[in-house]
Design a protein around this ligand. Sequence first.
Ligand code: HEM
Length: 456
Amino acid sequence: MTAPAVTAVPVHRAGRAPGGLPLLGHVPALFRDPLPFLRSLPAHGDLVEVRLGPQRAVMVCTPELFQHVLTDNRHFDKGGPLFDKLRPFLGDGLGSTPHEVHRRQRRQLQPAFRTEAFGRYLGVMLEEALATAGGWSDGDVIEVERHAYPLIARIITRTMFSADGSSAAVARIASVYPDFHAGIGRQMRYPSALLDRVPTPGNRRFRHACRTVSREVDGAIAARRSARDTTKDDLLALMIGEGLTDREMRDQVVTMLTGGIGTSASALGWALHFLSRDEESADAVAREARAVLPARADTRALTPADIARLETTSRVVAETLRYYPSAWFYSRTVTAPVELAGEHLTPGTPVLLSPYLLHHRPDLYPDPERFDPGRWSPERRAELPRQAYVPFGFGARKCIGDVYALTEITLALAVIASRWHLLPRPGPVLPHLVEPRPWTVIHPAPLRLRLRARHS
Ligand code: HEM
């Protein structure tokens, strides 16, 4: 008699992170130098207990558990320590609401990200990328995020809210977003809310940025309502059509800006950094851009099919988001008693998720500390564990702006690399070291690049 076939069910091991301090637990390791700490955790189990001060939390370390937590809506929902700090800024926007409210909101907002809408977005994305790359001169040393933030902020305000590119509101939002992000990042790391109120220069800039964002967003909503303009086909029009209140619209707009600016801007920054250290890829991206992109006068001729032809550039972007996934660390909370990897989790237990951790597991990505866009060639891609590549999350809460983000980053990178050689700033011996700063997103800081005009 033949034995019945047995389906292999992965058995998950639970473990504990070593080295927690009395009272503080693993908070110092997680907040002071988190990336090496995250990379060390899979050695201790598939689900690893860490202590956040007195509180027990668990870190998910395998793709299977990662996807399980993000799809089991009966036991896990938005929540956890980082989320709680971010919530006051985002209100009840799409990224923060509990599952039961989320489904309706997502349905209401999804049309702004449908493929047909991209016809209008592509022209704006290309125009803004050309303006940024065209504003530099041979020999300039640029501080990359000072340019990437305004570029991405201008694209999102122009596409989502049909703001006029020359309007002062676009310029004001674009100029304060670096301070807005830096402030949120600082507040997420501060253990006490009291420190948020100390009038340091950084806190003052943050408060100014918060006031500016509020004023501009409220102003854009009020202006649209009073204009009774029915010709626009953008996110604001969509929300008015769905009957959202001013408050609801405000939370959604701030969520889109906060979720969509720092993430894409830092990814673009890292992609430029990696190209500055990889001449071969930089040349290949430049050649491809020349072959695919229309000339300056022709920004409306660009189609989604052209973006699909930017294959080399897309591989650089994919590898950038593997290496430094902007949304590197987030959380869920347990909402009903559940067993995970054999561990009993009670309601309120924070569950920590890090795409960075998965993307740097050597068993999933060989030689993970090497930047290698070749991983994403069709042949090698087929060997990669697809379920372990999660820069945009997974399940019902997966990033609503994933295609939008990939499109704008790919396009901006192609435009910039086709016009400029990007040279790392020299250091005393080797090129200047660029440290990852994992705050709300992983920033490349300080990233300065020298530009040389590209003639071929
Ligand atoms: C490289 C760029 C980006 C990355 C890496 C990224 C990553 C993510 C991730 C990982 C999530 C899920 C978080 C969770 O499950 O808790 C998310 C959600 C979200 N993202 Fe993005 N994002 C990017 C760009 C954008 C852009 C451009 C927009 C808007 C235009 C955007 C808007 C949102 C929103 C609204 C959510 C909440 C979705 C929901 O809960 O239904 N993101 N993003």
